[in-house]
Design a protein around this ligand. Structure first.
Ligand SMILES: [Ca+2]
Ligand SMILES: [Ca+2]
Length: 205
């Protein structure tokens, strides 16, 4: 009997070490390399596996600090934009959507940047954050997690800017992983976003 204990411990360690696979491709917006500044993509364009659904977006390099890696995405190119990606899912299974959210620091206007996050065309949340002018290398990235359910063999995650102009909400480090529980309960707390989220949502900030 004693021999089973180390084996179990070993297997449990293996399971714990295996990182959850991100079903999204280019969730970190590191493709295409846009260098130091940024590159605009218009409606119908692809940013890796993402599709620009409306307006335009700016894939941004070292101009400001990304949440992860070198690049992040301004959901306003020269105007209000939106972007989506469809992944393969198993109907009825739970998934966790995570992303980092900030605001374009190029605008002196203190107005907040606002996004709508949708799963299969249903609004998960409308979120807002500050656009802190000039803080390109002291960016505040807020991290959010949402638990969602698959309704078919495909699911679509979409981010829509609700901000006017060329300085919009920023997103980065987006992932969809299998499972209906958050990996780290210690860093999550109850949702302060619309209560219609299903089955649950939480914010890590
Ligand atoms: Ca990135
Ligand atoms: Ca822009």
């Amino acid at each position: 009997m004693r021999r089973w204990i180390p084996l179990c411990a070993f297997l449990c360690l293996l399971a714990a070490d295996e990182p959850a696979q991100n079903l999204l491709s280019n969730g970190d917006f590191e493709e295409v390399d846009v260098g130091e500044m940024y590159q605009q993509f218009d409606k119908g364009d692809r940013v890796g596996a993402w599709t620009v659904d409306s307006g335009s977006v700016d894939l941004t390099g070292k101009w400001w600090d990304a949440a992860n890696g070198k690049q992040s995405l301004d959901l306003n190119g020269d105007k209000t934009g939106s972007i989506s990606q469809t992944v393969e899912t198993t109907s009825g299974e739970g998934y966790v959507v995570k992303f980092a959210f900030s605001g374009n620091p190029d605008n002196e206007n203190p107005e907040k940047a606002v996004i709508e996050v949708l799963w299969d065309d249903k609004v998960l949340a409308t979120l807002e954050c500050d656009r802190e002018y000039g803080k390109h290398h002291a960016m505040k990235w807020n991290r959010y997690s949402f638990a969602v359910k698959a309704h078919g063999d495909r699911g679509t995650l979409k981010f829509v800017s609700k901000t006017e102009g060329g300085w919009g909400p920023l997103i980065d480090d987006v992932s969809i992983t299998k499972g209906d529980v958050f990996e780290d309960d210690a860093t999550t707390r109850p949702a302060t976003v619309p209560s219609s989220n299903e089955p649950q949502a939480s914010i890590n900030s």
